[in-house]
Design a protein around this ligand. Structure first.
Ligand SMILES: Cc1cc2nc3c(=O)[nH]c(=O)nc-3n(C[C@H](O)[C@H](O)[C@H](O)COP(=O)(O)O)c2cc1C
Length: 362
């Protein structure tokens, strides 16, 4: 019996945030896994000049302060995204602010970028030694709640942290910081990404690519505008990809946990899958597959991860399902990805990217 399966009954009896904090403490103390199998080479994906040994990553919000990216990478993840990190430490919203919708395989959170700030993250990111061999680290940047100059906040985050990042994320899509999602407009993004470009330093694998993380609640017009912006941004060196998507403020029909569903915040997990995948596919189509995409939202199985890849994701991430199912899910997803890809006649997972739009493998 794994440590996780022993701990799960205790953790699930606690309120969600206490359980999360205990998990982080246990991982930081070295109670995570130590041995790892190398990845099957057919799972490797090369994007932004970097090799991901497998396409399955940890989404932002689990390791907000870059305290446990090493042990998390040892679960067999190809990459781990830390953050969101704001320039200054901030407490986030009052508790409770994290709610389980167990019957729906979902979570609602209104954490509000609780984190220890960029200086603390920098200290932690300078110790990459615990990382699994060849695993990569993404650094996700946010803005402080009370800051009036968003571009300046992302500039500070970039200046302090880009040198530790295999990729950088400009997160303009969390629903719990007032005004943040308005930064998804192309004018605001231009200003932010120009500041980021100027502040960027070389990371462990060269100058890190810059990705913009978007919400699933965008309109068709927003998606069209952002697709054009991202395609131009690729040429101008302003941005290199998109992460689709963050949590949703919508409450899809059919949620079974009605009482919890009424909580304010962003919904993640299974009920997010369809919308997030639809938006992902729309971005892939409208950018002609030219802008690399990370697909995230509601992945709970290999089949879900595979569906995102076929819809256009070069890489995928998850968070909520991992909290419910535990670390064995990562191995299971990778095994099922290989099986599903083979069944469709693909010899490498990378050739399945966007397959839904391209017809059968040639
Ligand atoms: C508790 C919690 C905190 C999160 N915090 C962040 C964050 O700080 N920055 C961010 O970009 N996304 C954050 N997210 C969103 C996730 O990275 C991801 O986009 C979303 O949960 C959808 O994936 P999932 O359905 O696999 O959980 C958070 C999600 C949860 C559940």
């Amino acid at each position: 019996m794994s440590l996780y399966s022993l701990a799960r009954p205790i953790l699930s009896g606690l309120d969600a945030e206490t359980a999360h904090n205990l998990t982080i403490r246990a991982l930081a103390l070295g109670l995570g896994p130590r041995r790892m199998e190398p990845d099957d080479p057919r799972l490797s994906v090369r994007v932004w000049g970097r090799t991901f040994t497998n396409p399955v990553g940890l989404a932002a919000g689990f390791d907000k302060n870059a305290e446990v990216y090493g042990p998390m990478s040892r679960l067999g993840l190809g990459f781990v995204e830390v953050g969101s990190i704001t320039p200054l430490p901030q407490p986030g919203n009052p508790k409770p602010r994290l709610f389980r919708l167990t019957k729906d395989g979902a979570v609602i959170n209104r954490m509000g970028f609780n984190n220890k700030g960029a200086a603390e993250a920098e200290k932690n990111l300078s110790r990459r030694g615990t990382l699994a061999p060849n695993a990569l680290v993404g650094v996700n940047l946010g803005k402080n709640k009370t800051s009036e100059d968003a571009a300046e906040d992302y500039r500070i985050g970039t200046e302090r942290l880009s040198r530790y990042a295999d990729y950088l994320v400009v997160n303009v899509s969390s629903p719990n910081t007032p005004g943040l999602r308005a930064l998804q407009s192309t004018e605001e993004l231009s200003a932010i990404l120009t500041a980021v470009k100027q502040a960027k330093q070389e990371g462990p694998t060269g100058a890190p690519p810059v990705l913009v993380k978007v919400a699933p609640d965008l309109t068709d017009e927003d998606i069209a505008d952002l697709s054009r912006f991202a395609t131009n941004g690729l040429e101008d060196g302003l941005m290199d990809g998109l992460i689709v998507s963050n949590t949703t403020i919508a409450r899809p029909d059919g949620l079974r946990d009605g009482k919890m569903a009424a909580e304010t915040g962003g919904l993640s997990g299974r009920p997010l899958f369809d919308r997030a995948t639809e938006v992902l596919a729309a971005f892939y189509k409208q950018t002609g597959g030219a802008v690399p995409l990370i697909g995230v939202g509601g992945i709970a199985s290999g089949a879900d991860a595979y569906a995102k890849i076929r819809a256009g994701a070069s890489l995928v991430q998850l968070y909520t399902a991992l909290a419910y199912a535990g670390p064995a899910l990562v191995t299971e997803i990778k095994r099922d990805l290989l099986r599903l890809m083979q069944a469709d006649g693909f010899t490498r997972i990378a050739t399945a990217i966007g397959a839904d739009h391209n017809g059968p493998p040639g």
